[in-house]
Ligand binder design. Sequence first.
Ligand code: ASP
Length: 346
Amino acid sequence: MNRPRILIIYTGGTIGMIEDPATRTLKPFDFNHLIDNVPKVQMLGYDIDSISFNPPIDSSDMNPAHWVQIVRTIEKHYREYDGFVVLHGTDTMAYTASAISFMLINLAKPVIITGSQLPIGEVRTDGEENLITALQIAAARTSKGRPMVEEVAILFEDYLWRGNRATKTSANNFNAFRSKNYPDLAKIGLGIYFNESVLYRVPADELDRPLRAHYNLVTDVAILTLFPGLTEATLRHQLNAPGLRGVVLRSYGAGNGPTGHWFSETIRDAVERGIVVMNVTQCVNGGVEKRYAAGDVLASAGVISGHDITVEAAITKMMVLLGLGLEPHELRQKLEKSLRGEMTVG
Ligand code: ASP
């Protein structure tokens, strides 16, 4: 079999940072520094090329223009490589993973996103292991010779997660990510143990379709969180933000909100002005279900159920779908459907 060909896209993040002696804070550094710290990469026997953001960024500065840059790079080099590894800061990694999963159409090769909690130059770094494991996952094949992973995934420490199902759950643990509503795609131990029954499989008749991408993302969106004490004035103010087109509403429990008339009327008013509102739960597990009258209030005000989607996937899905210029009923239909395995419907 040929040597696996992998393209690394280095965007920045802690993995490649070094300490600024003047301020004693970490700043992104260039790719050569990063790869010089991992001589073991040579031992994999892969053909590896790299492309770097110039300059690399802390992922707190990530925005949709950067997602376009990542996706354009993948699209441009798609046929030349067996897989792609994106090195990225952990802070917004789940947003990027979600966004690019919706932007890429007909993806049938691995896009593995990773980073680290400690810079790669530090003695106890998790970066070296994460980088090497991500490369191995990007090169992995099934017994039939197909790529083992045919989707966007996050590799971090002991697990591989579906990208649009993952959330950063720890600011200081090496196992920094979790999927609250979907099993791990692989467990990393002495070997890489893939959970093949939950990996996305491209249908045989779609395998030869050319990769395409959506590049137009609409950022006139907001994430609103309910809390006891939220006033009508605050809610109205938020929903009247100039140009607002979509809202992810973080409701309580199984999708519930206050039963007062003011609440349903304020939401209905926004929906009637053409703002799409998607209901997602604030809970760590589970999703929106029709169980309580307090949840019905939102549904009857025209709010779309986000089922068990993550906030990161909900907001990026909205940005991508709003960018397609769909008719309102088509937009609702697509938001309610699972497009890339991001939610459990029905
Ligand atoms: N602030 C860093 C970033 O997201 C944190 C990290 O990489 O872990 O770029």
